[in-house]
Structures are given as C-alpha cells and as structure tokens.
Design a protein around this ligand. Structure first.
Ligand SMILES: [Fe+2]
Ligand SMILES: [Fe+2]
Length: 284
C-alpha cells in the first residue's frame, strides 16, 4: 500500500489540503485492517464526515481506491486483460484522472531500439494528444482515460524500432504485447495506420484482417493528434501555429495526399476532426 505521505500528496493535489490526520487515522496500526475494509465504509462514514467533512469522506474513499490501484499494479503483466477489466469495473482506473508521461515508458521505447527522431515524434504526439484530451474534458466534461491517451500516443509508433513500412502498426502491437502493455494500448498501435482501416483496405495493404475501427474516443484523439503533429512539424505545409494547423486541418488534408492518403482515409479524418473539435468547443 502507498505510504501515508503518498496519500497526503494526492489529497493535496485534489483538494489543496493534505488530510494528514485522516490518512493517519486510516493507517492507524491498531485499526488498519478494519478501516481498509470496503464493507465497513458505510459504518465509518458518519464518524469521518463529522471529523473531516464531506470532502474528507471522499478522500477516505480515494485512499482506499489508491491502495487497490497499487495492489493491482503489483500484478501488472500477469493477466493484463483481466486486470484492466477489474480496474475499470471497480472505478480504480478512474477515467478523467490526469496523467503525465512516465520516464519508464520512454526507457522502454529506447531499449526497444527506437531512433531519436521517432522518439521525438512519439513524445510530440503524446503531448498533443494529452493537450487535446484535457481540452475535451474541460470543455465538454466528457470522461477521457488520460493514461490510455498518453500511453497509446507514446507507444503508437513502437514498431518503427523495427521498420518504417506500413507493417509498423502490426509489428509494434506484437512488440507491445510481448512487453506486457495493456490491450487497449496495443490496439491503438495496431489501428493507427491511416486512421483505422476497413477490411478491404487491410487486405489491399496485406495487413491482418481484423477490426481496425477506432471505437473509443481515446483512440480517435491519439490518431487525430498523430496527424496534427505531422502537419505542424513536417514542414510540408507552412502553418503559423498549432491552432492554425487545427483550423485549416480539413483544407490541408484535402490538398496534400501525404496526409489525406485516399478517400476513405480522408473521410475518417474528417470525422475525427469534426467530433473532437466539437467536443473542445462544447459550451463555448
Ligand atoms: Fe505510425
Ligand atoms: Fe506517428
């Protein structure tokens, strides 16, 4: 379980208060087991609310959630799909929680043999995807799994450590699975080619027949960010700013085949652009 100081730090980041007394109360050696028992939350709630208020009660539940999170992290890699499902089911991997790129993940990319310019691209895509995700959350209150966005973006081009050919999505997903990355992340790696392929396109390109549809908002944010990053930094089209690239996105992909590729790809990117820009402007 995380030490009391870790709980204090996360309370501070959520509420502006460290709730040191509350976390010390929960971790009191004589009562620790009882106070970490989910079935007793309802018994302890009145006492906690009286001592620490409604916010303190929420911080109590956050403390238990963080402990569960750290227990699940310990079984990381043993059965990734079952673990992710359990984390989501119990609200432990909370959608909407902020996320910053983990240095350990950057090291995974370096150790896999990724070249410096590909790593730089991956970091830019992760930064842009997280920025877009935070704007979506702020403007529309749509829940977004920021960890999935950050890690999916960071790893999307892992396959480029082996090849820059169109198979880099498939190869990256295989490498990611071998590293124990969550299925949701390896899915992004496999699906990011041309913004999600139809069965006919996959056959034409000689890629495995599977469902490449970008089913989650997190997947669509990463793939949209990937295209934007290319437009902003490739130098093929002169853009005045990142905002300018977003504003002229449709015109740029329609007039540059290196970005628009072909009609089905163009259609997919038009959809992602409309959806995501709509969410970022919600309530404006
Ligand atoms: Fe790629
Ligand atoms: Fe990319």
């Amino acid at each position: 379980m995380p030490p009391t100081t870790k709980h204090m730090h996360s309370s501070l980041s959520r509420t502006g208060k460290d709730y040191a007394d509350l976390h010390a109360w929960i971790n009191d050696a004589d009562h620790q087991l009882d106070r970490h028992d989910f079935t007793k939350i309802v018994d302890f709630a009145p006492e906690i609310q009286a001592k620490f208020g409604a916010e303190g009660l929420r911080e109590y539940i956050e403390h238990l959630r963080e402990d569960l999170d750290s227990k699940f992290t310990k079984i990381w890699g043993k059965d990734v799909a079952a673990r992710d499902e359990a984390l989501d089911y119990y609200g432990i991997r909370r959608r909407g929680r902020d996320y910053t790129i983990d240095m350990a993940d950057i090291k995974l990319l370096q150790d896999a043999g990724m070249a410096a310019d590909d790593l730089e691209h991956s970091l830019k895509v992760a930064g842009k995807a997280l920025e877009i995700a935070r704007r979506v959350v702020a403007a529309s209150q749509t829940p977004v799994d920021l960890e999935l966005v950050g890690r999916g973006a960071l790893f999307h081009d892992l396959g480029k450590a082996k090849t820059h050919a169109i198979e880099h999505g498939k190869i990256g997903a295989e490498m990611g699975a071998a590293l124990g990355l969550p299925v949701a992340v390896t899915d992004i790696m496999q699906k990011h080619i041309r913004g999600g392929l139809s069965t006919e396109e996959a056959m034409e390109l000689g890629l495995p027949i599977r469902d490449y549809t970008l089913r989650t908002l997190e997947e669509r944010i990463v793939i949209y960010a990937d295209r934007l990053v290319d437009i902003i930094w490739d130098g093929v089209v002169a853009v005045a700013s990142q905002q300018d690239a977003e504003d002229r996105f449709i015109e740029i992909i329609e007039s540059n085949v290196c970005y628009g590729k072909n009609p089905p790809t163009l259609e997919r990117y038009r959809g992602y652009h409309a959806e995501i820009q709509g969410l970022m402007r919600a309530g404006a």
